[in-house]
Design a protein around this ligand. Structure first.
Ligand code: S3P
Length: 440
């Protein structure tokens, strides 16, 4: 496999992936992207100096760090790789330039929540992909709390003029952890109590992070409430390995009957770990060792062993689709190699991620010779198919680049993935590490 060169927004890199015979080895993954964003924001907001080990190596959480610095937090990298972040004690300074969120929807949406309670005016900008993504979902509730937010035709650039907020009781119409977290970050600074009601439980890293930094929250099945005016204190934490990055290697292991893969200290938060159940249902044999808990987040070592009988099929819809939203592209990409295929529904949100992931998965699978049916909210990928190597288009979307690097391991003949450098958005080490694990 050739390696992508240094990631750059303007240079498109093509990587050649050759078929593999197996996946073997062990790894420790960089820190979870969702947790890294939240800890960076809350450490930048809190009083005191936080120490964060195993912070994500992805470009997105580094966009968040740069925004926090522009808002007055100080960020230093220690010789052991850990970050120390000195927070602003609840009061950001007025930045001198627009805050650049890069490719990161999490940065833009969650930071808008934190900024909504600050007496400053900030403009948030992003790259071409981020500037197409829907932002009304945060404008409506944050405006109802008293912030002034203007969008550009429903998108970024966004201007947030924050100030005194009042608590809000809000039912989110879309299952989105980013929106929930933005409202809790705003609610932390509001008068009274803010309650967010969800239709399905989305990832709860925002709630756990707020508690770790000292806030009190109350939860009741699908609702979470936060009282305003609670001070936050700094923390020392090690960020669990990213289960959404682990997903690519686990799906790669699932493709090979004699695969043997060990992933150390992976985040196993129950709102993120549905992938393990789906992979077990497909036939991958998974053991969890060394379970631990810190800051409310579970971690464990995942051992995955291939199944000589191959993979069954799966049906993913309803709440499961929302909980697996970031893993659906790679599951769809390996579906042709299962016996009964994979059917995905209720995943319309995939169309407004870093790319239209439903369209791009279908297009790339067809390029490899697969038959696939596309629906407005999902895909039907039949099983029992043989795929050939092809030219794959990442669409500048990290999860598409990595999903197809996995799918092409079982194709007949090599494939070229263009825009492979997009992987660096969440996982810069991906191609090097996949090469290390793949036996050829
Ligand atoms: C994330 C939530 C999800 C997910 C994204 C990260 C988060 O987005 O797709 O990669 O960290 O809260 P939505 O909130 O838009 O569902």
């Amino acid at each position: 496999m050739s390696q992508p060169h240094a990631a750059s927004a303007s240079v498109s890199t093509s990587v050649t992936v050759s078929p593999a015979r197996s996946i073997q080895g062990s790894l420790r993954l960089p820190g979870d992207k969702s947790i890294s964003h939240r800890y960076a924001m809350l450490a930048g907001f809190a009083a005191g100096v936080s120490h964060l080990s195993n912070f994500s190596s992805g470009a997105d959480p580094h966009s968040t760090l740069a925004c926090m610095q522009a808002l007055g937090a100080s960020v230093e990298k220690q010789p052991d790789g850990a970050l120390t972040i000195t927070g602003c004690s609840g009061a950001f300074r007025q930045p001198q330039a627009p805050l650049d969120c890069g490719n990161s929807g999490s940065t833009m949406r969650m930071l808008a929540g934190l900024l909504a309670g600050q007496s400053i005016a900030c403009t948030l900008i992003g790259d071409a992909s981020l500037s197409r993504r829907p932002m009304e979902r945060i404008r409506t509730p944050l405006t109802a709390m008293g912030a002034e937010i203007s969008l550009t035709e429903g998108h970024a650039p966004i201007t947030v003029r924050g100030g005194s907020l009042r608590g809000l009781d809000y039912a989110t119409p879309i299952a989105s952890a980013q929106v929930k977290t933005a409202l809790l970050f705003a609610g932390l600074q509001a008068s009274g109590t803010t309650t967010v009601h969800e239709t399905v439980t989305t990832r709860d890293h925002g709630e756990l992070a707020l508690r770790a930094f000292g806030a009190e929250l109350t939860r009741q099945s699908l609702s979470v409430s936060i009282r305003g005016s609670q001070p936050l204190h700094a923390i020392d934490a090690t960020i669990p390995g990213d289960i959404s990055s682990a997903a690519f290697f686990l799906c790669a292991a699932a493709l090979f009957p004699d695969a043997n893969l060990v992933l150390d200290s992976v985040g196993l938060n129950p709102t993120r770990a549905a992938l393990l159940d789906v992979l077990r249902g497909l036939g991958l044999r998974i053991n969890i060792l060394d379970l631990n808990e810190a800051q409310g987040e579970l971690t464990g070592t995942i051992q995955a062993v291939g199944n000589p009988l191959g993979l069954e099929g799966a049906e993913i819809s309803g709440a499961l689709a929302a909980q697996l939203i970031d893993e659906l592209p790679v599951l769809a990409a390996i579906a042709p190699y299962t016996r009964n295929g994979i059917r995905i529904r209720d995943a319309r949100e995939l169309r407004v991620k870093e790319s239209d992931r439903i369209a791009l998965v279908a297009r790339n699978l067809r390029a490899m010779g697969a038959s696939v049916e596309e629906f407005e909210d999902g895909l039907d990928v039949p099983g029992g198919q043989t795929l050939h190597g092809a030219g794959i288009d990442s669409g500048d979307d990290h999860r598409i680049a990595m999903a197809f690097a996995v799918a092409t391991l079982r194709a007949q003949g090599p494939s070229q993935i263009s825009g492979a450098e997009a992987a660096a958005i969440s996982f810069p080490e991906f191609f090097t590490w996949l090469d290390r694990l793949a036996e050829r």
